[in-house]
Design a protein around this ligand. Sequence first.
Ligand code: SD4
Length: 335
Amino acid sequence: MYSRRKFIKVSAAGASLAALSSSAIARSTLIKPAANYPIVISTWDFGVAANQEAWKTLGNGGRALDAVEAGVKIPEADMNNHSVGRAGYPDRDGHVTLDACIMDELGNCGAVAGIEYIAHPISVARLVMEKTPHVMLVGEGATQFAVEQGFKKEKLLTPESEKAWKEWLKTAKYSPVINFENKQHIPGNQYNHDTIGMLAIDAKGNISGACTTSGMAFKLHGRVGDSPIIGAGLYVDNEIGGATSTGVGEEVIRNVGSFLVVELMRQGLSPEDACKEAVRRIIKKKPDTAKEIQVGFLAINKKGEYGAFAIQKGFSFAVCNAEKQDLIIPGKSFY
Ligand code: SD4
């Protein structure tokens, strides 16, 4: 565990580093030295376990990038989580296709979309970032790359997921359930969507983020949501902050949601107000659609302040820092 003394020392070093780099930043976003980090936040209450895993890295002075990768691998591996990773629900044709992206403090990023047979898409996304000249690999090419990198190719469709898919096929009605992420424990529920988006600031004040999902359950084969798209499902600017999203990805992509949230923070909005404004734009563009769906944004700024906002009530997020490792906060919403 990270000692309080060491924490203060490293935080102070991080804050002065941050202050140094702030000379390049617009005046409105000048950073006050603050000891609000290390910190990690993530979407939904299942983010608690993911945050705690990330904290093992952050609390020991590790890098935010390593923390977010390790953190989101927890729901990716969770056999009870039917919307992220291994046990994710399949698409309309019975394929489990996963989307993920990752972004670091230097603006490096990597992503995979529609990857099949690989349980940890976030780690493949990281290798796309680190080992290729590209940002995103999709479908078979992404799987091929993963196998070349030593990932195990395995069948991901679990008997439970297959059963749910066959049940869904009886009506084959595609209608995302609002806040499905919080309802997974309810037997017989309709399973439609879920994502973990995670943002961390390490002791040096550096920000990274990760986002991973199986996307909307029973989607068309080949459908890609916002989660692996840099700027939509995730965006990090180390001078300003980071943002991530959850919910119906099409509406997030239309508004380049996470990039928008970061840009709004650059203009001086608090994380919560920036998320609120991004949600407001989604509602304004398609008010009727918005009544039927959920979209939530989560953001953190360079000072370690965080906030969230969603279309519908029921969105929550998890926070972990030196003081408390299992905080769940209800997100505010318009409806
Ligand atoms: C998607 N945004 O594929 C994802 C799904 C999601 O909470 O976030 N669900 O559109």
